[in-house]
Structures are given as C-alpha cells and as structure tokens.
Write a new protein. Structure first.
Lengths: 402, 377, 402, 377
C-alpha cells in the first residue's frame, strides 16, 4: 500500500464523520451496552447486529482486511480514523468483538483458505456471532491449566468440560475453544489445542450467568460429549497454547490486525462533568463545591496521564529506566482509574445515586451505576488488579516473585 | 473545638436487647430469605414485621405512657446494627423515625393519637426530600392555610417504605417556616405514589405527590419544636443508617474472610496474599471505627433536643460508616474475582447496600462539612 | 489496698495539677524530645534527669511501687491521675523509660531481694539510666533469632555480638540484654538468657546512630569479649525468651506494674489546629479552606475513633465478633494515624513547611517536621505496620499465614 | 473544558541533551558527593557549576542573540530531571528562572545587559514570597519612586541560593501594580541576608531584607509584560521543581527496589511480599504519571506568554510530581525498616527532598484549585 496523504485522510475523516452524524441511531428506548460483555437480551443483540451490519455495509469495518473476505484492503490508518469518529460521535458499539478483534485477525494470519472463505465475512457483517472458550471455573487466572477435554474419536473430537465467562455464548454460532487433547507432555501447555467450534452441536449448553448488575451477558458453557468435527481444529494438535497467546495479541486495534470498530462506549470525565452540571449540593451547583472540584481535577489529571503515557511510549529516550513500565501498567491503571471515576460518579449524585437502571429519574438512565458495577469485569477479568500489580513489580521492577 | 467527651455507656439491658436482636435477625433473615424478598413489592415479610412488633421493638425508644418501653433512642442502635448485619429491611426505620418526629415536635393530642399506634406496628414514614440534595436549605413543598384546613403542594422524592406506610410525616414550608404535616394514607390517591427503582434491592421507596392534599390544623406540627425536631430527625436518621451500615459492613467482612480462607489460586489460599490480607484488615478497622462512633452516639443521645456532642457523634457515625461500607462493598466484589461479578454471589448485596447507605441522610462529605463548623470554628 | 473515694482522688488530682502548674520548667531554649528515643545530647539528658528527679521527689513517680524501693505503695489509680495531669500540663517526659516501664516492673515481679535493693530506686530517681539490648542488626523483627553470644567462663559470661536501637546506650549505666547462652535446644528460643548487664565493663562499645532527623538517640552497641558477671543473669540460663516476652507486657502503664510518668509528649489534633490558626492560604485563613477543613475533620474522626476504641473494649458485648480486634489493632492504628496527621501537619504549612528544626521561623520550632520524621520509629519499631497488619489478619480474622 | 491536546514531542536534539545531562549528573553527583556538600555554606561545588556553564546549560533556554542556544525552555526540563535524579543542587534553577523573568519582562537594554552574563554563569535568583502563602493575592514588598530612583521596602522569604546570587529579581508593588526590580548583590549589606535552615539539606535559601535599597529606574520591569512574566515564572518554576522531583522520585524508587531485592526477613526477600511490592508499584506509576505530565508540559511551552494549555500542563506537573515524591519518600523510609530511620540511609535524602518539593511554587492543592477554574468553569 502506498503512502496516504494528509489531505486524503482529512477528506476521509470528514466523510466518516458526516456518515456517523447522519446514521447514528436514535435512542432505542433501552439502555445500550457499554461493552460487548453486556449484550444480554435478544432485543439488544438484534439492534447491535443491525448497526454493525450497517457500518460494514458503509465500508467502515474491516477496512484493512482483504477484499475477497469482505474487507477493502486499505491502510489500517483509515480504520483508525473511522474508529475515532465512531467514538467521537458516541455511536453504539460494534458488538461482535471476539470475531472482529480476535478470531478474524487470527484466521487472516494463520487460517487456511477454506477457513477464510468460511468465517471472515460473517464476522464483519454480523451474521456470525463468535464467543470465546478459554477460562474455566476453577482456575480463572491460570489459563495454561485448562482442563476441558477433547478426545479424538473418528472424525470428531469429543469434548467434555466447562468454560466460563463465555460472552454471548447463548447467541454465538462459533466459539474459539481452548481444550486439552493430551494430558501427557512435559509442560501443561503442551496438551492444549485450539478449535473453531460450532455451537449448534448437541451437548453444548451455554447457560447465561446473571451479573451483579442484574443483567446478563456472560455464560457458563457446559460440554457433555459434544462432538466437534476434527477439521475444526486450528493448526495442529498441541499448538493450542501458542495460538491462544497469539490471539490475545490482536486486541490492540487495526494496526495489530483487528477489524476495528468501536468496542467500548466511551466513559470519560468530560461526559461525567456534563452529567453533573445540573446537580446541587447545599443548594449550590455541585460543580462549584471546592472538594468536588478538587477530586474531579485529580481524576482529570489521571485520565490525562494515562493518555499521555501512550504518547510517551513513542519516544524511547523517555522510557529508558523501566522500558516496559508504561506498556505493562496500562491495563491496571486504566481499569483502576475507571473504577475510581465511576464509583465517584455515583457517589456525587446525592439521593439520585440511590436510583438504579430502570428508574426514569436515574441520571443518564443509571449509566454510571451500571458503569461502576460493570467495571469490575476489567479489574478482575484478564488478570485481577492484584495479579497485574505482581506482574509489574516482577517484570518491570525486577522484584522477587511471591 | 468540642471537648473530648469520649464516653461509651452500654447497660446490661442494652446488651440483652443486642443479643436478642442478633439472634432474631440471624434466625429470620438468612441470606436465602433476603434474596427471596428481593423481587417482592413490599420487600419484607409481614410475619417477621409482626414478630418485631410483638417483641416491642417499635416502642423501644418511646416513653411508657405511649406504650413504649422507655429505653431511649440509644437502644434502637443495637437493633439497627443487627438488622444491617442480616440485611433485614422492614419499615422499622421509617416508622421509628416518624415516631421520633411526633415525639419531639407533636402536641399532646398528636402524641396521644399516634405514638401508641406506631408502637403497636402501624407503619409510618418521613417525606423529607424534594430533590437529590440533602443539604438543600429549604423545601419547595408548601403548606397553605385556608380556613381551618391546610393544603399541601409539592412532590417528595425517595420516601422510604411509602407503599406500605399508613402515615406520612411531611416536611413542608408554612408561612416561610418549616412545618411537619401528618398525612394519612387514605388521603392519598394510589396514583400519588410512584415506585422508585433503588440500587439496594432490599429497600423500597416512592416519589409521592402531596399536591392538593388537605388536612385539618391539628395535623400540623410547627414552630420552634418542629424546627428542632426536623434537625434531630436528620441526625437520628443518619445515626440509624450508620448503625445499620456498620452491621452490614461486619457481615460483608465475614463474607470476604470466608472466601479468602477457602479459595485457592496458584496453589495458595488467597487470604495468605498480603495484597488481599492487608486491605481486608482495613475493612476491619474501618468497620471498628464506625461501630465505635455509633456506640458513642448511642451513649450521648437523650430524649431532649440533641446536644452539640450528640450532633458531632451522629455526623461522625454516618461519615465513618459510609466510608467503611463503600470500601467493604467494593473490595468484596473485587476479592471474589469472577464469582464476585455474579448476581449469585452475596458480595453484590453489600455493594448495593453501600451505594444506598452513602446517599441516605447526606453522604460522608455532607456530614464532614458540618462537623468542620462544629469542631474548627 | 482499700478502696479510694472519688473525693480523695479529686483532691489528689487538684494537688498534682497545682504542682505541675507551679513546677513546669521554663522553655530551656532547645527543643525537648517527644519521646525518650530522642535523648541525643548531654544537655537534654541532664535537663530531663533533673526533671524526673524532681517529679519523683514530689512523689508523683513509681507511686504504686513498694516504699522500701522508692515508691509509695498507693493504688495505681493515683499514678494514672498523676500521668494524666502531666499530659494535660504538657510537661517534659520522664525519660528513663526502659527502667520505669520495663525493667522496674520486671524486677518488682520476679527479681531477687538483692536486685530490688540494687536497682529500683536508681530507676525512679533517674540516677541510673537503663537501655535495652534486644534487637540485632540482621533480624530486626525476629527477636527469637538473636545471635549475640554469652559464653560462661568462670564467674563471668563473655559476650560477643551486636545490639541495635539501644536507646541512650551511650548514657546508660545498665542494659537489659537478651543473649544466646546456648546454640543447642529444640527451639531457637530455648538458648536465650536475660541479663541485667552493667555498661561500664570493658568491651562494650555503644556507638550513637544519627537518625534521619539529624539528631541522636539510638546506639548500635558492640560487644567484644565483654565480661558480664554471672550473677547479672535474671532467672536461669535459657529463660531469656520468656522473661523478654514478660518484659514487653509492662508498657501499658501503672496498672501493669510500670512506674508511670509521662512517656511521650502529646501530639494531638487540638495542638495542631492551634498551630495552624495563624496561617494563610490564598490570602485567607488556612482554617477557612474547605479542603483543609475536610481533611482535618477526617483526622479528628480517626483520633476520636481510636480513643473510643479504648472505651469500647470495656464492654464485652460490643466486641463479640472479633474479640481481639481493638486490642491487636491499636498499635497499627495509632502509629499510622500519627504518621498521617504529622505528615499533613507539615504539608499544611506552606513555604514554612520547608524550614527545619534550628530555624527561628519554623512553626513551633519545627515540632511537626521532627514529629513526622520521628514517627517512623513507631511504624517501624516493635513490628512494622506491615507485620502488624499480618498479625491482625491472621490472629483476629483468622486468615491463612503468608 | 480544555481540549485533550495530549502531545509529547521530543526531538533528537533534546534526547541528546537528556543523555548528556544524565551522564553528567551521574558522574558529578554520586551520593557520596551529595552528602559531602550537605554541611557546606553554598551547598554546591563551584567546579561542577563552571562545568555546567561550559556545557552551555545556563543558556539553553535563551535566544542565540543573548549567548544562548535557543533550544527553548522545554529543553531545560530534561536537565532538571537529571539533576533531580542525582540530587545535584546548584543555583541553576534560580538563575534560569531569573533569566526567564528578564527575557519575558525586560526592556531590550535590560536583556542586553543581563542575559549574556547569566548565560555565562553569573548567578541570579528570584525574590517572590513575603510569607508562607504561595497563593497570596499581592506582595507586601513595595517600590516607591522618588525622582529618578526607586526605593524598596520589605523582606522576602525563602529566596533560593540568595547567599551566592549576584542578581536578585524582586517582586514588588509599584503604584499598586506588580513590578520586577533588579537588585545587585553589591547593593545589599551582608546583614540583609539571613540564612534559613531548610528541611532539604541539599538546598539553600535566605530571608532577604530589601528595605532601603534604591535602584535606578532602568532596573525596574513593569507594566503588562511584567505581570505576564510574573505569572509565567510561577508556572515555569513549578514545572522545573516538578521535573526535578520526577527525577528524584525515580532515584528514590531505585533505592527502594534495590533494598527490596536484597533484604531478607523471616527467610524471604522482602520484595516478594505484596504488602511492599504493590505500594512500590504505586511509586512507579505515580512517578510515571509525573513524567508524562512533565514531558507534555515541556512540549507545549514556548518563548511567548504561556498558553492556557501550557498553564494546565505546568500545574498538573507540579501537582502530580508532588504527590509522587511525597509518597515515594515516605514509603522509602518505611520500607527500609530500622535502617530507614538512620541518617546514613539514603532514603532520608529523598524524604527531605519531598518535603521541600511540595512547598515550592505552591503545593499540589494550590495547583489543583487553579486547575479546577481552568477545567471545570
């Protein structure tokens, strides 16, 4: 791909912006999810499926993917611009995240031609919902220890075991499944294999888990003698761990191979401050209160520091002490910042903070209450904050292991 | 500067009340019972309510002449803590506070009429807020005199247990001063009550529109006594929420400790990690502090208008209990890992309780601001 | 001892109060220590020796000790009242703490008649300064592992090793010394013995340690073939651990057997607030600033909670969940509270907070700066706050050990 | 709301300056050298100072016409960070800020006279404070015109490096408006300077009594340029302290990490305990945040009057760096256990630095208060 001029990009941005402005859906009358982990009803699913299909049809999703699989084969910078405009216009999310950000790039990179033909377009146009089967109930943070068994039997693998936190498991057509095909091998990792598994075979039972928010989104998925065709395996038997680790690398956006699209509703200080503007404390505007102001400024500083950290990583001379500090602390910092910010967002609401989603008088429909509760998915999932702090202490600072 | 009058008195009688309240709440309100009540309209079991009435709890802070046991308001505190521990929500707090309003502001006739009934379990509640601001300098709800009748205008928000209350004590502005108006349920149309969805699913509240409701002059409490009672009610309410929250925080701590003692990760019991152990100790000390303030407040409250020491104690109780339970609830979810994120895990009950607690009768900062004026000026 | 009437006690309190008012020393022109760990110069030592002697002569120290050893054999409540009045009048401390609070009660309890005759009066009248030789450089928090050796040789024990944090080691006449007389035995504790050791024998070299405050107070004490007479041993060989543990129990005041006296200069919020009253922020009185007010209230609340905790312990019905919670968390809470309060006391001073002890313009002579620095002795010494938190987690909450 | 203009630009030239500054400070200011200077009167080595002058550091932010290298004030930031890392205190900051005052407020003749001399190592300083309050709305130091002379009245506190400064830029009130008055050392009696005892023993300052000092009219900078320069100097000063503090915090972190990796207690390296490991990670992230803000500030500062974005960046830098180093210094003592309590342990150097840092050019709250007005109104 040739270099793209600033002017071309500017024109493209204007075009996307105009499209988003014209096509941003009207308020559907129900609270839309902040992340794909909150797609908990058919109503929400169908709304988002239609929206993703529309974005893809307009040419703003999977732009860097090959044309023959539904993409447009343009430079990733285009997708990044499209994503930025989606964020700026606060449109709904592109919900098929496991497909768009994980499975799709993986298949693009190491899939067979048949796999590309079969799966990629359905990911982009939202016809095929994907879910992920990595975690298991008894060892959440310890992926390499997965116990779900897949035993070869003729043309199938027979799968038995349980996966948990399978987002949209009850709506998904396919699952990326990490299962144990061998209990031999020097290391526990060596017995794992990776499947592109159909969800519509007998013996797969995804049961929705009710979240603390009262809503749904995750499943616990039970496998009982489920027969997965042997050609659904990716790569070879025993390569599962390597492929799973590779899968986790794609999340970082279009440059890393992901299809792009808005993954998370923005939850930023600017919006919080807007939501607080009408509130009062002691009869005066809440935003005139010195303590509230001071705390909001602290949060704004942290929000800005996290954002500046991304810029600073581009200058190696500014990262010589602990070169991996910013990269490895990003998850901890942004998830913990969000927790503090959202918790404070509820605390600040006065009596209105005791209302919840479903009450017409709740501020922004209870957005912040739900945002605070749901945020635990980020401080717990993918390695708890406590585990993250260990990782930083050990890998960045070189402190001894626990 | 307030003098350091750091008493905690606790009589054998109070210790007995505490013990029987703990036993009762543990017996009647196991977590299965709590969860079974969550979807219901009233949020509580009438059988349990009648048992509480039979135990005399509704009259515990009322003088004997009104059918109470005259133990004083301080004795309500151990009850509230026990209820908080068992997440046992009933109209107890609403009714108790409404009774205090009448006791402190009412004419003899009003007290004679209402207090015995409340002691016997007639439910009542307070209608205080017009909006989200516990610090609002006045109310927008008005009471207008026309002949021998007084007519209300305005909507009250967050009226606890309104759906089941037989009596509403309404804060309204009458001729520019604060009055408390007694409105009976029969005087309200069903459409005047609009149920609210609360973050704590064990609690119930309504928006109540009192506009156009007329009462006779003898249903109004006004003058200096009413103003003083209104102030006291806010403080006593804060104290009861604090006591309840201290109990909930203690129960939350138990849930956390149980999990940390049994859950393994990476081959170790997770409670052995200092990263979890030390914050759990912080929950303990924060909860301990809350209880110290609460017991102190219970020790310095009398039947008369609250002293400055009592005001300090009530405000410290609410500020500290809020901080304790919001921290405990938040960490309870986090420390349960994936499980904590489920509705099924009890951690969420405390987390939601915490969010509710912090907003009742003013948040921690609301009280610290007023403490500053009492302690630093 | 018979019951004492409230009236008698009231009269006694009035008497002590009058005496303290009349006899409180004038400002000596140098900053007096907040604790005995800060006695770092001859000048300060002599001032405090004279003051303690004066208090004892007036009959307000060691009041519950037997008459024949310098005490007055009255009920401990008298001493407690005297201590309260010393605190209230903010007089200087009684500095001979290792003698008054540890060694004295120990000798009273388990000492021989000869030991009582020899040591007790000198402790009270401040003629004999005592120091403590428990901690060693390489295992500060792990007392049972003490390595300082005492080998019997004729009528002496020959001592070799190093003790650290020996407060006033350079001024002391005697040391309570925990040393290893045997390396055999099933448990490391069994080889320890306890000595009432003279400091003036050859081979004992107490070297003052300069503290982070710039001042002195502690020593590192080196033993090189120091010959301690064998009759200086307390109890029997091998009883050292038990006696040392017993020694640590006396600190809690006259009721526990200590001689009493003011041990620590009071450092309370009330005094801090007084010191801040003249300061300005943004041209307005500092104490009118909403953030400052809020933080001060938080500290006042914690100060009060700690104080209320002592009252609450008296009611067993109010301590049923975790019966030892208040008792075992007291040290952690009061030392950490003091750290926060003192740190904030410096932070609040504006540019004046950058001055230090020795500058005439420093607020209260730099009292708060020094108080903050010295406070680390309490969050580190006697088990760091981190170790304290472990103890509470394990012994109070029953959490598993590290 | 300020727009999120989150740039960090860092040229190859700046990277070279940073690298050479780091090497220089590591070489010239090992901790033994730092400690050797503590008891001295000036607190620094004149040899090192002359080398810094020879390297052109005093002119790095000055235009070429005044003997500078014209790299802009942003290039001072990596120098400041390196000096902070090495605890290398010299009159560099005082002189650099005084030069900025003259550059931004001076008439051509004043700039021509002084800037080349300052670029060549003549020492200068700023006399700003009348008392402890960095937020004081005006100065009590006055300048009175009498004929062609202007006479000062008042004492300035906390004048950094005053004992060695050849030139003082004094903030005084002249006809009710802010002016900056240039006073040479020779115009002051020795008795006008009174040394102050600072908590950070690497730093030096004096109380300076300017009362009765008369200067000619051409030693005064006044009018809108002076007012604007005064505001900028406060912001640039805050930024330099922040950059220095970020370096000191990084060095403090190194000291902590080294200890946690080598010290054993109860048979384990203490750095393996989460109770120490996790707060040490907090030091790292707080320090990282400070550096992000500082580099951003360096990227948006120009020679012209500071923009609102630049003001936000400077204030955030100071607020964050203060919090980072006060936390780092405090934990450094604690985590060293008994050793941390000794003068010999380097932890105290950072602890004292932290106490000094927080008070320079306004504490964290001072800046957050002003940020609130910029970001929320």
């Amino acid at each position: 791909m040739s270099e793209v001029s600033e002017q071309e990009l500017g024109e493209f941005r204007a075009e996307v912006s105009a499209w988003m402005k014209d096509n941003k859906p009207a308020d559907p009358g129900f609270l839309l999810p902040q992340t794909f982990m909150e797609v908990g009803s058919e109503q929400v699913l169908e709304f988002l499926r239609e929206w993703q299909h529309k974005i893809w049809s307009a040419g703003y999703l999977g732009m860097a993917w090959p044309k023959e699989y539904g993409g447009q084969a343009v430079a990733p910078i285009y997708q990044r611009i499209a994503d930025q405009e989606m964020k700026r216009h606060a449109v709904p999310i592109c919900f098929n995240v496991i497909g768009l950000s994980w499975t799709g790039p993986l298949i693009n990179d190491i899939g067979t031609e048949a796999e590309k033909q079969k799966y990629l377009k359905g990911i982009l146009n939202a016809e095929d919902v994907w879910c992920q089967g990595f975690s298991e109930p008894d060892h959440g943070s310890d992926l390499g220890n997965a116990q779900c068994r897949a035993v070869r039997d003729g043309d199938d693998y027979v799968v038995n075991g349980t996966k948990i936190w399978t987002t949209m498991g009850n709506y998904a057509k396919y699952m990326i499944l990490l299962a144990r095909t061998s209990t031999q091998g020097a290391r526990k990792y060596d017995g794992l294999s990776f499947f592109l598994a159909p969800m519509d075979v007998a013996g797969i039972d995804p049961r929705p888990i009710q979240k603390m928010t009262g809503e749904y989104g995750f499943c616990e998925t039970f496998f009982t003698d489920a027969r997965i065709p042997a050609d659904c395996i990716m790569g070879e038997e025993g390569q599962g761990w390597r492929i799973a680790m590779q899968t986790l690398q794609y999340e970082r956006g279009a440059e890393a191979g992901a299809a792009g699209g808005l993954m998370v509703v923005r939850t930023v200080m600017e919006d919080l401050i807007k939501d607080l503007r009408g509130l009062k404390r002691d009869g005066e505007p809440l935003l005139k209160d010195p303590l509230v102001r001071d705390r909001l400024v602290q949060l704004l500083m942290e929000e800005k520091a996290i954002s500046l950290g991304e810029r600073r990583q581009a200058h190696s001379a500014l990262n010589t002490d602990y070169p991996f500090s910013l990269a490895l602390s990003g998850k901890l910092r942004s998830s913990e910042f969000a927790r503090e910010m959202r918790q404070y967002a509820v605390a600040l609401q006065g009596a209105q903070g005791s209302l919840y989603v479903g009450d017409d008088d709740a501020i922004s429909g209870g957005f912040w209450q739900r945002a605070y509760f749901n945020n635990f998915a980020t401080t717990i999932g993918g390695g708890t904050s406590q585990v993250q702090a260990n990782i930083i202490g050990e890998r960045v600072l070189g402190l001894p292991k626990d | 500067m307030a003098k350091a009058n750091n008493v905690i008195t606790f009589s054998d009688e109070q210790a007995m009340v505490l013990q029987s309240a703990r036993d009762f709440c543990a017996d009647k309100s196991p977590v299965t019972a709590v969860r079974a009540l969550l979807p219901g309209n009233t949020g509580y079991s009438d059988d349990v309510w009648q048992e509480m009435v039979a135990l005399g709890w509704l009259g515990i802070a009322l003088p004997e002449q009104y059918g109470g046991s005259g133990l004083g308001f301080g004795s309500v505190v151990p009850l509230a803590e026990s209820m908080g521990r068992g997440l046992l929500s009933t109209p107890f707090f609403s009714t108790t506070l409404a009774a205090q309003a009448i006791l402190r502001a009412g004419e003899s006739q009003q007290k004679d009429t209402w207090l015995p009934r409340l002691a016997e379990g007639t439910t009542a509640t307070l209608a205080l807020l017009d909006n989200e601001d516990w610090g609002a300098p006045d109310t927008t709800c008005t009471a207008t005199v026309a002949g021998s009748e007084i007519t209300l205008q305005g909507t009250k928000w967050y009226v606890p247990d309104a759906a089941v209350a037989q009596l509403f004590v309404v804060h309204a502005s009458l001729d520019g001063e604060s009055a408390l108006v007694l409105v009976e349920r029969a005087q309200l149309a069903d459409s005047a009550l609009q149920s609210q969805t609360l973050i704590d699913e064990t609690k119930r509240a309504c928006k109540v529109d009192f506009s156009g409701v007329s009462v006779s002059a003898d249903a109004v409490m006004r003058g200096p006594l009413a103003a003083s009672a209104l102030r006291d009610i806010h403080l006593l309410g804060a104290l009861l929420v604090a006591a309840e929250a201290a109990g909930s925080a203690a129960a939350c701590l138990d849930v956390v400790v149980d999990y940390l003692k049994t859950r393994k990760q990476f081959g170790r019991l997770i409670g052995s990690y200092q990263g979890l152990k030390h914050p759990t100790v912080e929950i303990l000390t924060a909860m301990d502090s809350a209880r110290c303030h609460v017991y102190h407040a219970a020790s310095v409250i009398g039947d008369e208008a609250l002293s400055e020491d009592a005001e300090v104690a009530c405000r410290m109780s609410k500020a500290q209990a809020t901080d304790a339970i919001t921290f405990a609830g938040d960490r309870a979810i986090q420390f349960h890992g994936g499980m904590g994120f489920t509705y099924e895990c009890d951690a969420q009950l405390y987390m939601r309780r915490a969010q509710w607690v912090q907003q009742q009768f003013g948040d921690a900062y609301h009280h610290r601001k007023r403490l500053a004026a009492l302690l630093l000026d």
